[in-house]
Design a protein around this ligand. Structure first.
Ligand code: MRU
Length: 348
């Protein structure tokens, strides 16, 4: 199988696998400037915290490339404005802000604007490459948590499509499977955007890992029947105390796992940890259009004019999280200490 890579950079053009068209069509769309990249993030053609971060890094590189200004101060002022626009594309995944800040810091460290332009392209390429390496390390650390003979449930899409390649939570599942462990995999459909049924199920098929798709609300019943051995999800932002924001429905799964004595794991790169936040109450939760709930691809699934609320994420309190897998290893409670260690090991 060739690796799934949702982001490609070639000859100054960013190409993105359009995730709104999966699984029926595998189409690459092009982003020619930073505003195209912002639009792709907003419309979720590219989605998943690490993939949003990588796209944002290329967006900063394109914004710089397209500035026809030689005075460094004026150049930086314009670039920082573009950076703010990029950061505003989606609010919850901190990888977006992390990537833009990392790119702006590189730009600030150079004196000459043409040198800045080249350094920013190189840095975006590094962020993309690092992400795959990080995911593979995360897989190696996390695979010990995968059962041999049991079963695993995952939610949303924390696979290759949400990253440069390999994935986070799906990467851990994949690493366990490639290590020779055999376990049953369940994945939720993940209403309303169906990242689970459209994207994760598509990835498991490509990987050759048998997986069973279930509606989100079947999880509790399956857990009570003893059919789920552990749950593993990705994350969009993790506060210093381990409270974790992830796709809406994650909190429900974590509470149900706790009720049924099932371990609940989170797999995420260190760039998803936001040490500036003491706890999850400080995480901004994205509200998406109500049409994502009332319609599917333009077809109404609710009466016209009905009011619908569409929070994109929820926060799982750290007390429900059994372990957080990062590229630095497996962090266990108390997270205030173990995440601090992980972040320090990454030199942040
Ligand atoms: O709204 P999305 O599809 O961007 O949400 C994605 C998730 O919630 C993922 O679980 C998270 O970003 C981790 S991806 C490795």
């Amino acid at each position: 199988m060739s690796e799934i890579r949702p982001i490609e950079w070639a000859n100054g053009t960013l190409r993105l696998l359009d995730q709104t068209r999966l699984p029926s069509e595998e189409v690459m769309v092009e982003a020619h400037g930073y505003l195209d990249a912002v639009d792709a993030i907003k419309t979720m053609r590219v989605r998943g915290a690490p993939a949003i971060g990588i796209t944002a890094a290329y967006a900063v590189a394109m914004a710089a490339r397209d500035l026809d200004i030689s005075d460094k101060d004026t150049f930086m002022k314009q670039l920082e404005e573009a950076g703010l626009e990029i950061k505003a594309a989606r609010p919850t995944a901190v990888n977006l802000m992390w990537a833009v800040d990392r790119m702006i810091a590189i730009a600030n460290s150079e004196t000459d604007t043409s040198r800045i332009k080249q350094r920013l392209v190189d840095e975006a390429v590094s962020i993309e490459k690092e992400d795959e390496a990080i995911n593979r390390r995360m897989g190696k650390h996390g695979m010990v948590l995968m059962p041999d003979g049991g079963s695993v449930l995952t939610h949303c899409n924390a696979g290759a499509l949400a990253t440069a390649a390999f994935g986070t939570a799906v990467g851990v599942i994949r690493a366990g499977w490639e290590d020779g462990k055999r376990f049953k995999v369940f994945n939720t459909e993940t209403r309303p955007f169906l990242q689970g049924s459209r994207l994760t199920a598509w990835e498991f098929k490509k990987l050759g890992i048998p997986a069973t798709l279930v509606v989100d609300s079947a999880a509790g019943m399956l857990m009570r029947r003893g059919e789920i051995g552990c749950v593993i999800t990705g994350a969009d932002r993790i506060a210093a105390n381990g409270d974790t924001a992830n796709k809406i429905g994650t909190y429900t799964l974590a509470v149900l796992a706790n009720e049924n004595g099932i371990p609940f794991y989170v797999a995420a790169p260190i760039s998803t940890i936001d040490m500036s936040l003491n706890n999850g109450d400080e995480i901004e939760i994205e509200e998406r259009a109500s049409s994502e709930v009332t319609e599917f691809r333009g077809i109404p699934v609710a009466p016209e004019g009905v009011e619908a609320l569409n929070p994109g994420f929820d926060v799982t309190p750290a007390r429900y999280v059994s372990a957080i897998i990062t590229e630095a290893g497996i962090a266990r409670p108390p997270y205030i200490e173990s995440l601090d260690l992980a972040v320090r090991s990454a030199g942040r």
